[in-house]
Design a protein around this ligand. Structure first.
Ligand SMILES: NC(=O)c1ccc[n+]([C@@H]2O[C@H](COP(=O)([O-])OP(=O)(O)OC[C@H]3O[C@@H](n4cnc5c(N)ncnc54)[C@H](O)[C@@H]3O)[C@@H](O)[C@H]2O)c1
Length: 269
């Protein structure tokens, strides 16, 4: 396989939640491989401007739009503005998400709705608007949804987040089927525990992090943002052209294990 199989020169990507964390990493990674990148972010003007400058320094075009993705009525006009400014969208990365850690009986209708609005509704409606334009322009595009291992295996305290990511997994497969005839692929990346600011909203005892590391087979460590980038570049690039309706798990082996039975083997047996 040549480096050209990962070349994104001439492609334009629209990526949500691009101001920080995994989204920032993927935005920079797509640009490194040749893509022009438009990012959508919620509030951090400075951080978004830094991502735009970093991409421009690579010699690519970059744009940013401040938008609250929970306002699904605004996603059509947003898509129109992005398409007009960029001329086209070849790659859509639905990365933005929110999460609250709270037991099922503490979840308010407001938190439930916010979580589903950003993590699932916005993904569907943005994909719908962008896919319509890709189809009309005969672009064999790529849609990459950033899901989570929580979309595959549930975790207590995250019922709304789990539901949104589980929904995202089947939404992805549904769109993969419907958009297949137009040459558009639709996949998810399912990260495990990645070192980003999303965890700073959780009031957790440091003991959790020790416990989590112990259960991550690969070197007992969280993943880095950079370690999520390759999956996105692969799915966006010619190398991923026949992959659709799949999830690519980037979790250091976290969800491989059922029970650590071996640890409980009687000594001497
Ligand atoms: N970090 C992890 O351990 C981890 C694990 C599994 C999945 N993920 C997923 O990876 C993706 C990125 O997570 P992260 O860790 O980089 O999170 P993060 O909190 O660092 O970044 C989230 C991004 O989403 C944007 N965003 C959130 N709500 C928005 C809204 N209403 N409108 C517009 N933008 C909005 C934020 O501005 C930010 O840029 C998410 O989909 C998350 O669920 C992360």
């Amino acid at each position: 396989m040549t480096a050209g199989r990962f070349d994104l020169t001439g492609k334009t990507a629209l990526l949500t939640g691009g101001s920080r964390g995994i989204g920032r990493g993927i935005a920079l990674g797509l640009a490194e491989h040749g893509a022009n990148v438009a990012i959508v972010y919620r509030s951090a003007d400075d951080q978004a401007a830094q991502v735009v400058s970093a991409i421009q320094r690579m010699g690519r075009q970059a744009w940013s739009w401040r938008e609250d993705l929970a306002r699904t009525d605004r996603l059509g006009p947003l898509t129109d503005r992005v398409w007009q400014a960029c001329g086209r969208i070849d790659i859509l990365v639905n990365n933005a998400a929110i999460s609250y850690l709270e037991a099922y009986d503490a979840i308010t209708p407001e938190h439930w709705r916010q979580t589903l609005a950003v993590n699932l509704d916005a993904v569907f409606f943005l994909a719908q608007h962008v896919a319509r334009k890709m189809v009309a322009a005969r672009i064999k595009g790529r849609i990459i949804n950033v899901s989570s291992t929580n979309g595959l295996v549930a975790e207590a305290g995250l019922a709304h987040y789990n539901a949104s990511k589980g929904g995202l997994e089947l939404l992805t497969r549904s769109l993969a089927i419907e958009l297949g005839e137009y040459g558009i692929t639709v996949n998810t990346i399912a990260p495990g525990l990645i070192d980003t600011e999303i965890h700073s909203g959780f009031e957790l005892d440091p003991a959790f992090f020790e416990y989590a590391r112990e259960h991550i087979p690969l070197e007992h460590r969280f993943g880095t943002v950079e370690e999520c980038v390759g999956a996105a570049v692969f799915l966006a690039s010619p190398a991923g052209s026949y992959v659709t309706g799949q999830h690519l798990v980037v979790d250091g082996g976290l969800i491989c294990e059922q029970f650590p039975r071996l640890r409980f083997m009687k000594q001497g047996s």
